[in-house]
Design a protein around this ligand. Structure first.
Ligand SMILES: [Zn+2]
Length: 158
């Protein structure tokens, strides 16, 4: 069996008057991610991890942020397209592990829904999609609530 690991990382700035989308779920928040798309850092990190595991180019190559086609696009759609790309190459997901770094809001109560949304898109089970959240103890740009970071690791098999 051909098993491949991939990792992805993404950052977005936080701004007022933006919805906060994380893991395909809209979360009540004073601030949201400023981006060309809906700014879902978790799904973007995951797309990059999937593409990396399949030995492909990064998310910006497939969905350029200069393209009007992807303006304000839901990142769930980008994840679905990414999934189609890796399936075409013969890959399927074994498991995914992710971490979101942000100061607030608390997202733990939304994690079960995120796992459901992501696993449905990737045609796997929610128990194969782990999502953790951490603050950075008020340190750095995440601690100052200037931005959010997400990291994803995936294992694929062919
Ligand atoms: Zn992004």
């Amino acid at each position: 069996m051909n098993i491949r690991i991939g990792q992805g990382i993404d950052f977005h700035r936080l701004g007022k008057d933006r919805d906060l989308w994380l893991g395909g779920v809209k979360i009540p928040s004073e601030k949201g991610c400023v981006a060309h798309s809906d700014g879902d850092v978790l799904l973007h990190a995951l797309c990059d991890a999937l593409l990396g595991a399949a030995g492909l180019e990064d998310i910006g190559h497939y969905f350029p942020d200069t393209s009007q086609e992807y303006k304000d696009i839901e990142s769930r759609i980008l994840l679905g397209k990414t999934c189609s790309i890796i399936k075409e190459k013969g890959f399927q997901v074994i498991n995914i592990d992710t971490t979101v770094c942000l100061e607030k809001p608390k997202i733990s109560s939304f994690i079960p829904e995120m796992r459901k949304v992501i696993s449905a898109i990737l045609e796997t089970e929610p128990e194969n999609v782990a999502i953790k959240a951490t603050t950075t103890e008020k340190l750095g740009f995440t601690g100052r609530e200037e931005g959010i970071m997400a990291i994803a690791v995936v294992l694929l098999m062919k």
